[in-house]
Design a protein around this ligand. Structure first.
Ligand code: AHR
Length: 511
């Protein structure tokens, strides 16, 4: 008996329990999945902005006022709701007035954090706002608190949003934009515990209070102010900010978490084995603990959940691709990244009562990007397809899900759930269910029971690849993309589905 126990304990691999079942109660669908959970982040880093998004008006690459047409189309197709800019660490070195007016007169600066390149400021405020309008996304601007002044930030808000006859609004008019823009999401610093100023939470909360006091609402614009939140497991940071900043002064508090097990040995984005597959998915699943624990602290001070948890940087972070500048964070993106993204998005949906926004890092050519570019070529990554598949959840109502009998992967002293899910119902009464199967080898049969509604018709699609490290690359047929899926059977008030190994399945249930 003892021996059997020992063998079981040492066994690393999937453990099966009873029939796996997901129960969805449509009558409990009350919480809105804010579309901003599907948000993005574009920093002046490597070739995210320059080359990736912006090539300039005179580029042979087809563009609209300097912004790549292929990127505009691809990003519109995934319905990006909000995009964070200009950083990241870059934000606390950025002085917005350097990036307005005639381009030939804009001063240059050194991008000290990212490769020491010279930033010519040709992509600045007007170009960013133009980009947002072209892709239909809301801007989320991170203001410079680390090396900037309150006055500088106040002027920026006035430049962007005021319709009055005042110096900053007139400066905007001189630069060709008559009407003010609407800007909702306003970040007060970035990683103020690190590259944003190495501050302590007590100091930052006071500074936040000061900066936020001068972040005015002009001409009917209403700012949603976001404090620079914790680095991953730093619960004290959240505690101190929640304690010291009055609730009325802050609408969002951010959280950053990158799925990196060892910062000095991150590993390859595409060359890995099954152990490394499980290890990353397990590490990345710690997002659940983070969301739960930061939420619990926020609940103490804000029972009504008025302040949003904004996971405004998240994703995987691998070694840069060979031959690329280490400061540019250019990495490939495989099916493993896609499953990690799908699992996190399911998690954010399921915590939509507190998670108000999330911004994967980053949009193009940096970290876990949606798109890779090489001159005029463009590749859509597996993660791009996750965002395409999941866009149906944007602004829909979350359907609470209960899971039972699910397989787990036994990782010696930890257990990884092999299946995760989220479901929502939209205004038309259509139900969308997204299910990740993390099992590298096995298909799993799952019974879905739907309470509070009936099932007459369903459609399916799947994202998977032949190998755990399948990925899309330049000049090659796509290895990972969305395909129609028929591996399910509608029965009475439910659906039996056979989830292929290493896949994400999306089912749509029509009334
Ligand atoms: O996304 C890359 C960097 O990671 C960001 O600039 C910074 O905020 C974080 O540390």
């Amino acid at each position: 008996m003892k021996k059997t126990f020992l063998i079981l304990f040492l066994f690393a691999g999937p453990l099966m329990f009873a029939q796996a079942k997901i129960t969805l109660d449509a009558s409990g669908a009350k919480t809105q999945i804010h579309k901003e959970i599907y948000g993005h982040f574009a920093e002046h880093l490597g070739s995210c902005i320059y080359g990736g998004i912006y090539v300039g008006e005179n580029s042979p690459i087809p563009n609209t006022r300097g912004i790549r047409n292929d990127i505009i189309k691809a990003l519109k197709d995934i319905s990006i709701p909000v995009i964070r800019w200009p950083g990241g660490c870059f934000a606390d070195t950025y002085h917005w007035k350097d990036g307005i007016g005639p381009k030939e007169k804009r001063p240059k600066m050194m991008n000290v954090h990212w490769g020491g390149t010279v930033e010519d400021n040709s992509f600045g405020t007007n170009e960013f706002m133009d980009f947002c309008e072209l892709i239909g996304a809301e801007p989320y601007i991170s203001a410079n608190v680390g090396s900037g002044t309150v006055k500088e930030m106040q002027d920026w808000i006035e430049y962007l949003t005021s319709d009055a006859d005042t110096p900053m609004a007139n400066l905007r008019r001189e630069n060709g934009r008559d009407k003010p823009w609407k800007v909702k999401f306003w970040g007060v610093g970035n990683e103020s515990w690190g590259c944003g100023g190495e501050m302590r939470p007590e100091f930052y909360s006071d500074l936040y209070r000061r900066f936020a006091s001068f972040a005015f609402n002009y001409s009917g614009n209403r700012l949603f102010k976001i404090a620079s939140g914790a680095n991953a497991f730093d619960y004290n940071w959240t505690e101190v900010l929640m304690k010291n900043i009055p609730l009325w002064q802050m609408q969002g508090l951010s959280l950053h978490f990158y799925a990196v097990e060892n910062w000095s040995k991150k590993g390859s984005a595409t060359q890995f084995d099954e152990n490394q597959w499980y290890s990353l998915l397990n590490f990345s699943s710690q997002m659940e603990e983070l969301v739960n624990r930061h939420t619990a602290i926020m609940d103490k001070y804000d029972k009504e959940k008025r302040i949003g948890l904004m996971v405004d940087e998240w994703g995987t972070w691998w070694d840069v691709e060979k031959g690329t500048n280490p400061g540019f964070l250019f990495q490939q993106n495989s099916l493993r990244d896609a499953i990690a993204a799908g699992s996190n998005l399911n998690l954010f949906n399921n915590h939509a009562d507190r998670v108000r926004m999330a911004n994967i890092a980053q949009t193009v050519n940096v970290l876990q990007s949606m798109i890779l570019t090489k001159d005029k070529e463009m590749v859509l990554t597996p993660t791009y397809y996750v965002f395409k598949m999941y866009k149906v959840h944007q602004d829909a109502k979350l359907i609470p899900a209960q899971l039972s009998g699910m397989p787990v992967y036994n990782m010696h002293n930890e257990k990884l759930d092999l299946i995760n899910v989220s479901a929502s119902v939209n205004n038309e009464g259509e139900i969308n269910i997204t299910i990740c199967n993390l099992d590298a080898e096995k298909e799993h049969n799952v019974e879905i029971e739907l309470k509070g509604t009936s099932v007459s018709r369903a459609e399916g699609e799947v994202l998977t690849g032949d190998k755990i490290n399948s990925y899309n690359d330049f000049g090659k047929t796509e290895e990972v993309h969305i395909k129609p899926f028929g591996g399910f059977k509608v029965k009475g008030n439910g659906i039996d589905v056979a989830l292929p190994s290493k896949s994400i399945v999306h089912l749509t249930i029509k009334k």
